[in-house]
Design a binder for this molecule. Structure first.
Ligand code: SF4
Length: 349
């Protein structure tokens, strides 16, 4: 074992967190779910989501057999919904192709929807005790600082260098503890701002620490200006205090989630406004901005009180009347959830 892994392991034994909910049973399923939730999301945010998810879907079979709406309902608020959809697809594949057990091999794990090399490495190392490396955001931060590696870690050349270093540092024994230790060190000591170098087991040989250049690592993503798109969302509220929602297509933004009917421009009416729905009053709400990684979406909410003659549109399975006073267990896009809450708080509702 190298000095590097020795130091990290000794630090973890004395100071590392061992009481996180997903550390209590290091099964492949638990490691998988927690790793996916922890991508782009902080530990404190993940804990309640993880506990609720495990209570509802305690194993791969329960997840595979669940309705996608219920899975996305449990994901509502975590963002990056493709993660929830991929978990569901991968669970079905694990049941069909691997008899309900996550594969042991990193290459096979990487074939499953939503599982990349780092998540596969975490499952293999933590649950199956194989000498497999992980390279999540925390590990990237520690390694770029420790070795003084310049450049954006997602750039292919920088990433390849990090994987190479990472694989050479990952020990053969105590690999499960080492993997958790590296993630924990990045999350609690080598933090994005104000890292605790005075209590870091790697400070003696850390390049960034010794050259007083911590703020240069990891290198930033090259700046780009995000384009802005516009959309109008129509909140059609009937006399029974229900609001019409439409299921989005399975792919694309908010795929498979329920949302309001839309039009590209607020002056257009949504396509469903035919004779069956008569608008009695209409008011435009202030614009809200939702930012994705690749563009800003400026949403103009339009509140319409409506009268419905018949319910022909309900037959397609793509529409539902959502009761404002009795929320349903379905997946909702974040701004839709917020607007529904605001609607429910309106006087008279
Ligand atoms: S010494 Fe400081 S910058 Fe270097 S790895 Fe440790 S916490 Fe991070």
């Amino acid at each position: 074992m190298s000095d590097f892994s020795d130091n990290v392991l000794n630090w973890f034994a004395r100071h590392g967190r061992k009481d996180l909910p997903w550390q209590q049973e290091l099964s492949p399923y638990v490691v998988w779910i927690s790793e996916i939730m922890l991508q782009q999301t902080q530990v404190v945010t993940v804990i309640p989501f993880f506990n609720r998810f495990m209570a509802t879907f305690p194993n791969v079979k329960a997840l595979a057999n669940a309705d996608i709406d219920l899975v996305l309902h449990h994901w509502t608020g975590l963002g990056y919904y493709a993660r929830g959809r991929n978990l569901h697809k991968a669970a079905k594949a694990i049941v069909n192709d691997y008899d309900g057990n996550l594969p042991v091999n990193v290459e096979q794990l990487c074939q499953l929807p939503g599982i990349g090399k780092s998540t596969a490495g975490a499952i293999a190392a933590i649950a199956y005790k194989q000498q497999a490396a992980i390279l999540d955001g925390n590990v990237k931060r520690v390694l770029t600082r420790f070795h003084g590696i310049a450049g954006w870690p997602e750039h292919s050349a920088v990433k390849a260098r990090l994987w190479q270093l990472d694989e050479s540092l990952t020990p053969e024994i105590k690999v499960a503890q080492y993997t958790q230790a590296m993630m924990d060190l990045g999350a609690t000591v080598c933090t994005r701002t104000k890292p605790g170098c005075d209590r870091c087991p790697l400070s003696e040989k850390c390049v960034a620490h010794h050259t007083d250049s911590i703020d240069q690592y990891p290198g930033r993503r090259p700046k780009k200006i995000l384009p802005v798109k516009q959309v109008a969302m129509y909140m059609l509220q009937n006399k029974r205090n229900e609001v019409l929602l439409q299921k989005r297509p399975p792919t694309g933004i908010w795929g498979g989630l329920w949302s309001f009917p839309e039009a590209d421009c607020p002056s257009e009416e949504p396509a469903l406004l035919d004779d069956s729905i008569e608008v009695e009053s209409s008011s435009k709400w202030p614009e809200v901005r939702h930012t994705f990684s690749h563009y800003h979406l400026d949403i103009t909410p339009v509140h319409n009180k409506v009268r419905c003659q018949k319910n022909t549109i309900m037959d397609s399975g793509r529409w539902l009347w959502y009761p404002l006073d009795k929320p349903l267990e379905v997946g909702l896009a974040a701004p839709v959830k917020k607007l529904l809450r605001q609607l429910a708080q309106q006087p008279g509702n």
